[in-house]
Ligand binder design. Structure first.
Ligand SMILES: Cc1cc2nc3c(=O)[nH]c(=O)nc-3n(C[C@H](O)[C@H](O)[C@H](O)COP(=O)(O)OP(=O)(O)OC[C@H]3O[C@@H](n4cnc5c(N)ncnc54)[C@H](O)[C@@H]3O)c2cc1C
Ligand code: SF4
Length: 467
């Protein structure tokens, strides 16, 4: 696959980003153009390794060496057909996937891996540019009606698959726009909302019906869906954030990350739905609590809003720069990652426990923190290190615990697993007619996993309807 000597001839190369000073003035994506020939050279680095571990590294099982080979040969339409055969939305994963495939690329054993994610984005964008990505109306109708609750990547992937099989699909979404976290969580600088709208518009033209602003369980009762549809697929996401119940939590200017990010996403798209009170980082010392993707998005957003300073703190130890001995290839490398938002001017500290939000005259004044380390599974505090970090805005980005139980899940009496996620067997819930996929089923995860689950759940629903 690729060019036999490509990995010797070409070094790993990715498109440059706009300078930090330019990109922080706006919320748009900031990757610069990259000549097509350079992408072909990158695809040529794929080295006919025999057993392509990247296949199993990708939750979708993308046929990576095959599309790399087609790109190298300048057969972009063929590359697109290969990519689309396993991935409904490569324009999303090509932008925001953390690319576990690259962690298991064979070339990555002793050289930088193939730039799989970038090649995927290039193929996806070429397909839109050339008109290969076009409206595909299903040929036949099965007469079966399916309700999908939630329009994130899991719901959209399942809707696409089931619609193409000839079922009549209606997607219910309680937000005012379609896309789930692609739309309201992930900032525009990582994934432009025009990219989400472009896909949703195609899906609509292909016959999928979207009912926006409809909270199932409130506006429509679970029992009504059960009696009106042949099957229901739950893709409501993992929406309950992990809180930090410490003194001062109810202070003004202590917010969950999603309150902050959703508001900014709405503002960027000119939404009229005005917030009760704008959460602003402008001229403030901001502390982001939590070292993951969501925290990183809070960093980039705070910097764009004009924060005086941004500090991201994390309870876990600083990860190593290189793979640890117990984390060998082809496992996902648990190493220190620096996102584009971190490059934009944030400080980071690890092994920090937040003890209290310090409040003065009802407003946040700082965070009382202490250094802490896990020893034999127990968190041990270094009392002597207790200190106050000055802050006027704190954003809690400590992950999500489980889906919302009140409303729909209670109405349908759906069983949950030990973690509080929807319990399934081959995507079927405790109710025969009801299926589940994505973060609502597996817990907070990744877009690529949501798409993979949406595809598999669609197969399970289809088999059920065929019985
Ligand atoms: C800030 C942030 C940044 C992230 N960044 C990345 C990233 O860079 N890369 C990555 O791979 N992953 C990222 N993730 C994770 C990724 O976004 C999720 O794993 C993925 O979106 C889950 O998809 P889903 O379809 O299961 O659920 P969601 O995307 O959460 O969508 C669920 C949808 O269901 C709707 N819904 C829920 N209940 C109801 C109801 N009763 N009636 C109607 N509608 C309902 C919700 O409004 C929502 O629109 C990020 C997550 C967050 C929070
Ligand atoms: S979807 Fe993600 S894991 Fe799969 S090939 Fe693309 S970048 Fe890699």
């Amino acid at each position: 696959m690729g060019k036999a000597t490509g990995f010797i001839e070409f070094e790993r190369e990715l498109p440059e980003n706009e300078s930090v000073s330019d990109r922080v003035k706006k919320y748009a994506e900031f990757e610069k153009d990259f000549p097509e020939e350079k992408t072909q050279n990158q695809a040529a680095r794929c080295m006919d390794c025999g057993v392509p571990f990247c296949h199993s590294g990708c939750p979708l099982g993308n046929k990576i060496p095959d599309f790399n080979d087609a790109v190298y040969r300048n057969e972009w339409e063929e590359a697109y057909a290969i990519l689309k055969s396993t991935n409904n939305f490569p324009e999303f994963t090509g932008r925001i996937c953390p690319a576990p495939c690259e962690g298991s690329c064979v070339l990555g054993i002793n050289q930088p891996p193939v730039t799989i994610e970038h090649i995927e984005k290039s193929i996806a964008e070429k397909a839109f540019e050339m008109g290969w990505e076009t409206v595909r109306k299903p040929q036949d109708s099965t007469g079966k009606k399916i309700a999908i609750v939630g329009s994130g990547p899991a719901g959209l992937a399942a809707a696409d698959m089931l619609n193409q099989k000839g079922h009549t699909v209606t997607v219910f979404e309680r937000d005012e726009e379609i896309g789930g976290l692609l739309r309201y969580g992930i900032p525009d600088f990582k994934l432009g909302k025009n990219i989400v709208k472009r896909r949703v518009s195609l899906l609509e033209k292909e016959g999928i019906s979207f009912k926006k602003g409809t909270n199932v369980g409130v506006d429509v009762k679970g029992q009504d869906l059960l009696s009106s549809y042949d099957s229901i697929l739950l893709c409501g996401g993992s929406t309950i954030p992990r809180d930090l119940p410490i003194p001062g939590r109810d202070a003004k200017d202590v917010h969950f990350a999603m309150e902050f990010l959703t508001q900014q996403n709405r503002e960027v798209s000119g939404s009229k739905a005005s917030p009760k009170e704008k959460i602003s980082a402008a001229d403030k010392e901001v502390v982001v609590i939590g070292g993951g993707d969501t925290g990183s998005d809070c960093v980039g957003t705070s910097i764009r809003q004009g924060a005086k300073s941004v500090l991201q703190i994390e309870i876990m130890d600083k990860p190593p720069l290189e793979r640890a001995e117990l984390n060998p290839w082809p496992e996902w490398p648990m190493i220190l990652r620096t996102s584009s938002s971190h490059e934009e001017g944030c400080e980071r500290e690890w092994a920090i426990l937040t003890k209290e939000f310090m409040v003065e005259e009802g407003k946040l004044a700082g965070l009382k923190v202490v250094n802490a380390a896990f020893e034999n599974g127990k968190l041990i505090e270094d009392k002597k290190s207790e200190r106050i970090i000055s802050a006027q805005l704190a954003l809690i980005a400590a992950g999500f615990v489980h889906p919302q139980k009140e409303g729909l899940l209670e109405q349908l009496e759906i069983s949950l697993d030990q973690r509080g996620n929807v319990k399934t067997q081959n995507f079927q819930t405790s109710h025969e007619k009801v299926f589940a996929a994505g973060d609502m089923r597996r817990g907070q995860s990744l877009v690529v996993w949501a798409i993979a689950e949406g595809r598999q759940a669609a197969e399970a629903v289809h088999s059920y309807l065929e019985k």
